[in-house]
Design a protein around this ligand. Structure first.
Ligand code: MAN
Length: 140
């Protein structure tokens, strides 16, 4: 059976949906953001697009990110530049939504997505550090 003959179940079994499967609900969904002249579309665990231009296929989690950055690689080659790629930064939010897309390097895109799937105690801790607030006694 070739790579492309894998059933959806096989693919699911070999995909890392997070330590507790918390990102499984994002599978099979796509999220759009209209920005300037482009429609960006990000489909977690699948692909990213800028209109009809591929920004890459899902490659995996950024290993250093602790399930917060998904990498998409091997998109359409940029004129005089690299293959297009996108990193998707997930952060805690009340609904699934791509909130920004930037192109910090030529043909290297960075999207930020909010999702309830990214809300956990690590997020609470990070937020606390950001706000420079000590944990409240009753939470310790
Ligand atoms: C297109 C878009 C841009 C990109 C340029 C590079 O216009 O994909 O985002 O910077 O190509 O030539």
């Amino acid at each position: 059976m070739g790579q492309n003959d894998k059933t959806e179940a096989d693919r699911d079994a070999s995909t890392d949906f997070g330590p507790n499967g918390e990102f499984y609900p994002l599978k099979g969904k796509c999220f759009d953001l209209m920005l300037a002249q482009y429609k960006y579309q990000v489909c977690p665990f699948d692909k990213a697009q800028q209109d009809y231009t591929s920004l890459g296929r899902y490659e995996g989690w950024d290993p250093a990110s602790g399930y917060r950055i998904m990498n998409f690689r091997g998109g359409l080659r940029c004129w005089n530049g690299p293959d297009r790629s996108l990193s998707l930064h997930l952060r805690c939010g009340s609904e699934d939504k791509v909130i920004s897309v930037d192109e910090p390097g030529k043909c290297e895109y960075m999207a930020v997505m909010e999702t309830p799937a990214a809300c956990d105690e690590r997020f609470a801790e990070a937020l606390r550090l950001e706000l420079n607030e000590p944990a409240r006694a009753e939470e310790l």
